[in-house]
Design a protein around this ligand. Structure first.
Ligand code: GLY
Length: 566
């Protein structure tokens, strides 16, 4: 009897211990890395370290940005790139703000119906896999233009660590090994041959990028035009042509990166600075925050039914507008001021009520008087001088189009899928686009990337952003609220579970570890719940300026992300 009792007791203890064991992916880290002067938070430790080393040498945040960006091409080819594009939002030590667009463009030979068959139906995969999916890359032009205005160290010093790393090789993580293995068959399909990554990868293996090192050396020696007019341009165009793509040397030669006026607005006592079109990010964040501003959010319980409901309704209305109004500002007049005004967004929320969900079928774009995967990467930098920079870069899908320019050693984007293959039909993120985002030669595709900087009392407060296609916007939205309304630290905020609504499909997506407690009530009110399809939503890398002036990093535990600083 005594034996049975002891056995029962031990089993119970074992069961309880098991219950209390929280898998690493579910652990919420309360505090991130805290440093005094400077920090880089990026998708990989090596890239953050390289950015920090540049600042230790006396470089500023812009120098560190260029070095980090190039390092990500080597250590994080999933999204780090020279064959894609991106956006940057900055705030200098003197409070000067700006944003920068080096988004890809549709090739000159692109046409509205290029992804449709003779019956007018979208041809599966044509805008996502292979050479036809590739937009004209902007990253190299972007890095040189930023360097020209803000760089303080020679470009050659900023690229050299990545040349060395590419030659020495990168020790890959478990996530990276799984990712290489997962996409192997797609690499072969997109390239009509096996590429050098074709083997069974394991955590701890070393991968060397010798061709990429050579490309970087040519860029180091010949400058920006190496990529757009030089040997690298020839290599790229020949390879794409061989695979049936349409990018020409003229496309590359004509590419220009652009300075843009950032989206700025206030939310309570904070000022938000974010990315304007061709990203939808800044406008959508502004709309969502303006829609909920009249509510006393800090009195809500974080991630409670009411909180989820309110944010969902703001997200629903904003994504409906996104699909209609937004596209490349060089091709469309976008009524930005009206779209982000309190008046307009408060009016949009008039039919919201706490008792039942608004149906997305009843929500269209609003009435204005006057009218994009997880496979992106974001990093945040603050330097010892007080400059801050938020950078989101993308190839669009994982490894972009999967086209790997063999002689150049880099992947090419599949950003053409962020244009509307057929206005009114969803892209790979399920996002609808309208005429504003229809395919036209040289058009920049609508993006969701949301590099963002937050000020409070005139001072730098937070630098943040995320990958994740449409979920970028809602991830940034929730992290701003986590800090401003719920007083969370940066790591706590970044680690907190997230949810997402994008108008259509009419469902709230929850991360798999999101507590289900609110679900019965939400269902009763008419909300459709989806959990399990999206293990993670976004992957936020952020920096918070603490009240004593120190910096706290938030490196997203959903990835291999890492904060490094001093
Ligand atoms: N390619 C994802 C985005 O730009 O939103």
């Amino acid at each position: 009897m005594k034996k049975i009792f002891i056995l029962l007791f031990v089993s119970l203890l074992f069961f309880q211990c098991k219950q209390q064991q929280i898998p690493p992916s579910k652990q919420v880290l309360e505090k991130g890395l805290i440093t005094k002067k400077a920090m880089v938070v990026s998708a990989r430790k090596e890239a953050s370290e390289i950015g920090v080393a540049i600042m230790k040498k006396g470089g500023n945040a812009f120098d560190a940005m260029i070095a980090t960006d190039l390092a990500l091409v080597v250590v994080y080819p999933f999204a780090g790139n020279i064959g894609g594009g991106g956006f940057t939002v900055y705030r200098t030590k003197d409070g000067e703000i700006g944003s920068f667009d080096y988004r890809e463009k549709a090739p000159l030979a692109a046409s509205r119906d290029m992804y449709l068959d003779e019956d007018g139906n979208v041809i599966p995969n044509k805008s996502t896999l292979g050479a036809m999916a590739v937009g004209v890359p902007g990253t190299v032009a972007g890095l040189f233009k930023i360097h020209e205005r803000f760089g303080t160290l020679p470009f050659s010093e900023l690229i050299q660590p990545s040349i060395d790393l590419a030659r020495k090789g990168v020790i890959i993580t478990k996530k990276q090994a799984n990712s290489f293995n997962k996409y192997r068959e797609f690499f072969e399909k997109a390239n009509n041959r096996t590429i050098f990554l074709d083997k069974d990868w394991k955590e701890g293996d070393t991968v060397k990028y010798l061709k990429l090192a050579k490309t970087f050396e040519r860029i180091r020696d010949n400058g920006r035009d190496e990529f757009y007019k030089g040997e690298t341009a020839d290599i790229l165009v020949d390879y794409v042509k061989d695979l049936g793509g349409i990018i020409t040397k003229e496309d590359l030669a004509k590419y220009e990166a652009k300075w843009r006026k950032p989206i700025t607005f206030t939310y309570k006592d904070a000022r938000i600075i974010s990315m304007p079109p061709p990203s939808s990010g800044g406008i959508c964040i502004a709309q969502m925050l303006k829609s909920i501003e009249p509510f006393d959010i800090s009195k809500f319980t974080h991630n409670s039914t009411k909180y989820i409901q309110l944010l969902t309704e703001a997200e629903r209305r904003s994504f409906a507008d996104r699909s209609y109004f937004l596209g490349d500002p060089d091709f469309n007049d976008i009524p930005i001021d009206s779209l982000i005004s309190s008046k307009y967004n408060n009016k949009r929320m008039i039919n919201f009520n706490w008792d039942s969900a608004t149906n997305s079928s009843e929500v269209s774009y609003g009435n204005i008087t006057g009218m994009e995967s997880n496979e992106t990467t974001h990093y945040s930098i603050v330097d010892p001088f007080g400059n801050a920079i938020a950078v989101t870069n993308t190839l669009n899908g994982a490894y972009g189009s999967k086209v790997y320019v063999q002689e150049g050693g880099f992947f090419l984007n599949n950003e053409m899928d962020d244009l509307s293959s057929k206005p009114g039909e969803p892209n790979m993120f399920g996002l609808l686009g309208a005429e504003a985002n229809a395919i036209e030669p040289e058009k920049r595709m609508l993006s969701s990337m949301t590099p963002t900087i937050v000020e409070q009392n005139g001072k730098l407060k937070m630098v943040l952003g995320s990958p994740g296609g449409s979920t970028i916007i809602t991830s940034v939205f929730q992290n701003i609220l986590n800090v401003l309304e719920f007083d969370m630290g940066m790591q706590e905020s970044v680690s907190a579970p997230r949810f997402h609504h994008q108008w259509l499909p009419d469902e709230i997506k929850f991360e798999t570890r999101f507590d289900t407690i609110a679900f019965p009530q939400l269902r009763k009110k008419g909300y459709n719940i989806s959990q399990g399809n999206s293990r993670i939503l976004g992957k936020v890398d952020a920096i918070l300026v603490l009240p004593d002036g120190k910096l706290e990093g938030g490196a997203d535990p959903r990835g291999d992300d890492m904060a490094v600083g001093f």
